[in-house]
Design a protein around this ligand. Structure first.
Ligand SMILES: [Zn+2]
Length: 94
């Protein structure tokens, strides 16, 4: 999960190494409950030319779903449900 988060933005920023305005790559740096932090890298030489913080917790919620009402051990893992896990319970729907 590294390169897939990089995407080209329409914006151009001044790169001190290239000494000109360059197209930038947006790289996901940090996902916080309060927002998502991005770094802007020069698309030509890769030097960091800026950054920004999205005050949008959507990314965080997507990556870390809140364990609302579920004890940590009851977390269901898809694909790991073997026979006998639900002793005496209902059969899972096919
Ligand atoms: Zn550059």
């Amino acid at each position: 999960m590294a390169d897939s988060y990089e995407e080209f933005e329409a914006t151009s920023l001044f790169c001190p190494r290239c000494r000109k305005a360059v197209p930038v790559r947006k790289k996901l740096l940090l996902v916080l409950p309060t927002g998502t932090k991005y770094d802007y890298l020069c698309a030509e030489c890769g030097a960091p030319v800026g950054g920004k913080v999205d005050e949008d917790p959507t990314e965080f919620r997507r990556m870390v779903p809140p364990p609302r009402g579920l004890p940590p051990r009851a977390r269901r893992l898809p694909g790991l449900r073997g026979p006998g896990t639900r002793a005496g319970g209902r059969e899972p729907a096919p």
